[in-house]
Design a protein around this ligand. Structure first.
Ligand code: NAP
Length: 365
């Protein structure tokens, strides 16, 4: 690789590292980083703002002011072509008289895809695309995936025993994984926009679904609940913490409890059961979740719901923490009528947390 390509790669890698630092704070938007360079000196750098706005390019241009004239921009994703408060990023870049842009990856959002690149070129700006596209792909996999599949990116997190059980016979609440695994599980939550769960898991566990660091609550995760018969109690921790988080419920019951939950601030949606199964059609729920601007979810449920998602091909990533303890035959299984090892999965990462083994897996292509 020539030394000039190396130099461009160095600035792009810096932009990627800025994007990585912000990952988890920009949903539903991807996390993007950019660096503005002039005469081989960095004049400004930025990443996407909280909840996706302002865009990294807008911040960097504001920071640089007139210094941007004749500079080179390194950005991890094609700048947007759709209108924002001060015009699209593409228009702002043209106005700033930047000379050259290195774009790591084309944006798959149909509003932007190649449109910005064309417009920038038409305005005399030199464009290079793709030197580090793999980096943007890896970090913002959820974003591209949800655009392609027209549903959220769906990850499942599960703690299982050595004999692949997720709970004891009587659903007694005991930890399966150890402290270190649970700390890592909080990182997985931080990389997700919302948790998806069932009324049954809520009834059995009364989960908090927060992100904690040394027992201090850092975030109350938004939670989506599948509750066909509206069984969750108004006294659960989730409902009690409603003012601090977004709660979305899917149910088939339009009754007093429905109205009560709505008046408390839940976003509650009435759905019809599928006539063949008497259950909700999960692909439809996923479409609805996407329409609510949620494109990256972490499923935390038991084996029944996990199996339903598997049957509908609705899992993009598996995050499995396997502990060394055994629960025994009477325990609740992680999958119904199947063994986990019989799924055709590919391991993409593996870690050890004390005696627990963590695996990140995807469906084998
Ligand atoms: N180890 C772990 O990582 C982990 C994580 C979470 C939970 N858990 C444990 O898992 C246990 C519960 O597991 P589980 O397998 O018995 O239950 P589950 O998978 O959490 O929930 C099953 C319930 O979800 C509802 N459901 C599933 N698919 C549906 C659909 N398509 N439409 C409408 N409703 C649907 C049904 O509830 P209704 O028909 O009753 O409405 C069904 O009975 C709890 O003890 C909890 O502690 C373990």
């Amino acid at each position: 690789m020539s030394s000039t390509v190396n130099l461009h790669k160095k600035y792009l890698l810096l932009a990627h590292s800025l994007a990585k630092k912000k990952f988890g704070n920009t949903f539903p938007n991807p996390s993007v980083g950019c660096v503005l360079v002039k005469n081989n000196k960095i004049i400004a750098q930025a990443s996407t703002g909280k909840n996706g706005r302002p865009h990294a390019e807008e911040i960097v241009l504001k920071k640089a002011g007139n210094k941007s004239i004749g500079s080179t921009l390194y950005v991890t994703l094609e700048p947007c072509n759709h209108k924002s408060e001060h015009g699209s990023c593409t228009d702002q870049i043209i106005q700033s008289r930047i000379k050259k842009i290195f774009i790591a990856k084309v944006d798959l959002d149909p509003r932007t895809k190649y449109k910005s690149i064309k417009k920038l070129k038409k305005n005399g700006i030199k464009i290079n695309v793709g030197i580090t596209s793999y980096k943007t792909d890896l970090l913002n996999k959820f974003f591209f995936n949800s655009l392609i599949n027209k549903r959220p990116f769906i990850k499942v997190k599960m703690a299982i025993s050595q004999d692949e059980k997720i709970a004891w016979k009587d659903y007694s609440s005991k930890w399966i994984s150890n402290n270190k695994s649970r700390n890592y599980a909080h990182k997985l939550r931080a990389q997700s926009q919302a948790i998806l769960t069932t009324s049954k898991t809520i009834i059995k566990d009364n989960p908090r679904f927060t992100i904690r660091n040394k027992n201090k609550i850092i975030k109350y995760m938004p939670v989506i609940i599948i509750d066909k018969n509206l069984k969750i109690s108004l006294n659960t921790y989730l409902i009690k913490s409603l003012t601090k988080r977004r709660i979305i419920i899917f149910t088939s019951q339009s009754n007093r409890k429905f109205n009560k939950l709505k008046s408390l601030g839940c976003e509650i949606f009435l759905l019809k059961e599928h006539k063949n199964t008497n259950e909700f059609y999960l692909p439809l729920i996923m479409k609805k979740i996407l329409s609510l601007n949620i494109n990256n979810i972490l499923v935390e449920s038991g084996g029944i719901f996990f199996t339903k998602l598997l049957l509908c091909n609705l899992i993009d990533e598996f995050h499995i923490f396997k502990s060394s303890l055994k629960i025994g035959q009477s325990g609740k299984p992680m999958i119904i009528n199947k063994k986990f090892k019989d799924l055709s999965l590919e391991e993409i990462s593996k870690k050890k947390f004390g005696k627990d083994v963590y695996q990140q897996l995807i469906i084998k292509k």
